[in-house]
Design a protein around this ligand. Structure first.
Ligand SMILES: Cc1cc2nc3c(=O)[nH]c(=O)nc-3n(C[C@H](O)[C@H](O)[C@H](O)COP(=O)(O)OP(=O)(O)OC[C@H]3O[C@@H](n4cnc5c(N)ncnc54)[C@H](O)[C@@H]3O)c2cc1C
Length: 389
């Protein structure tokens, strides 16, 4: 079988592991605790951690050296993200993995010079503002309006599900600049500081504990220089960023399986010559294979990125597989745990540290987050398999 992980990549991983092992244990422990609680938004310790990595030259593994990166391929970038994820530490998330690469492809020279150095230093954190109360899957019907006024736009509207809105420094904002009937052809994309006058933010807490926000925009003024691409042509940047976003979901099922295996092992459930032990071994083996398939999906996407392509249907397949597998693994776990599965995460009495209970509550939320799985199936059918709409 052809493999894209060769001696260079293995050496990279060894160097990375030795660097991470040598980091300040207090910083790592504080970051990990914060990240397990809420992996979508690096807060105080997560930001400290990312700045440390940046100062040591470990952020932007696949970013070109001209933008301060290591200039390696997306394969190393993927290995980096996976290693950080396995240690339950942040890897730069949307800002480094989605906004940075999209800006490199779609931003003006001035925008690249302004934002990329601050992103790779760990100074800027972006939140993404696409969804609205009546525009989720049907994003092209968004109504937040940006009206040109001299060298500025004046923006009014409401966004929903802006994850990290309360911790981000900047907003990657989609707004309507054309006519509503023009749908996706009348949308522009802007960068705006999160603390700009006229922005107010309210929290939303999901059943899985993920924190996200609603954002209200009231006469927010954005300089025209902060528009990405031409007026009414923001859709291409949105699609590009969404494909990057779906690509780097890959390792949660592996983490859940480790929790399940550790717990089942400690209970002695995997041993003995009983039908139950054999049945469980078989199920765990299936999950382990599925976790490896998850890695292969991610690796295929990384390989395409390394070849200068942006995965589309492949990114959708990755996202669906990841989300559904996580749910299956947590289901297996809670079937075994039984009634004690109702003991919530955070309690010292919760089996497997409560991670299976948390995973089961959180996984249905990720049927929606990042675009619903039904819409991903459409993308696979249309763009991957060439089926008619
Ligand atoms: C935890 C979380 C974090 C998120 N973070 C962000 C963020 O940071 N920024 C952001 O902009 N958005 C974010 N989102 C929003 C997310 O992208 C949307 O929830 C998603 O696009 C679905 O939109 P909706 O919620 O309006 O559901 P709807 O579009 O109303 O869908 C409801 C149901 O109808 C189905 N459906 C709709 N249209 C079709 C169709 N054509 N064919 C088949 N089935 C269909 C859907 O699959 C779904 O099951 C987040 C969501 C969650 C849950």
């Amino acid at each position: 079988m052809k493999t894209v992980i060769g001696p260079t990549q293995r050496q990279f991983l060894a160097d990375l592991r030795s660097y991470l092992d040598g980091l300040d244990p207090e910083l790592v422990a504080a970051t990990r605790a914060e990240n397990i609680e809420d992996p979508m938004q690096p807060r105080e310790n997560g930001r400290r951690f990312l700045r440390r990595l940046a100062a040591d030259g470990w952020l932007g593994v696949s970013w070109p050296t001209e933008y301060g990166g290591q200039g390696r391929t997306e394969i190393e970038h993927w290995l980096f993200a996976e290693e950080l994820y396995s240690r339950r530490l942040p890897n730069g998330l949307l800002t480094l993995n989605v906004i940075g690469p999209t800006l490199m492809l779609m931003g003006s020279e001035a925008q690249k010079a302004d934002y990329l150095p601050r992103i790779i230093n760990g100074d800027q954190v972006f939140a993404i503002g696409y969804s609205e109360p009546d525009a989720g899957s049907d994003l092209a019907s968004l109504r937040t309006r940006a009206v040109r006024d001299g060298d500025e736009y004046v923006v009014n509207g409401q966004k929903i599900w802006t994850t990290g809105g309360d911790v981000a420094t900047h907003y990657w904002l989609a707004a309507r600049t054309g006519r509503p009937e023009d749908k996706h052809r009348g949308v522009s994309l802007f960068i705006v500081p999160m603390d700009a006058p006229g922005i107010s933010i309210t929290p939303i807490i999901t059943q899985g504990g993920e924190r996200t926000t609603s954002v209200f925009l009231d006469d927010v003024r954005i300089p025209a220089s902060q528009r990405i691409g031409e007026e009414n042509e923001g859709w291409a940047a949105i699609v590009c960023a969404l494909n990057f976003e779906r690509m780097f979901f890959h390792n949660e099922p592996r983490w859940e399986l480790e929790q399940l295996a550790g717990w089942a092992d400690a209970q002695g459930l995997l041993e003995g010559e009983t039908p139950q032990a054999y049945a469980l071994q078989e199920r765990m083996g299936e999950h382990a294979v599925d976790v490896e398939i998850c890695r292969l999906f991610a690796l295929r996407g990384a390989g395409m990125l390394a070849a200068g392509q942006v995965p589309r249907a492949e990114a959708s397949a990755n996202k669906i597989w990841w989300g559904e597998l996580r749910q299956r693994i947590c289901n297996t776990g809670l079937d075994l745990v039984g009634e004690d599965g109702t003991i919530a995460t955070g309690s010292p009495y919760a089996p497997a540290g409560g991670h299976l209970e948390h995973g089961l509550q959180s996984s249905p939320v990720w049927r929606f987050g990042g675009g619903t799985n039904e819409i991903q199936l459409d993308i696979i059918a249309n763009h991957g398999l060439g089926m008619p709409r």
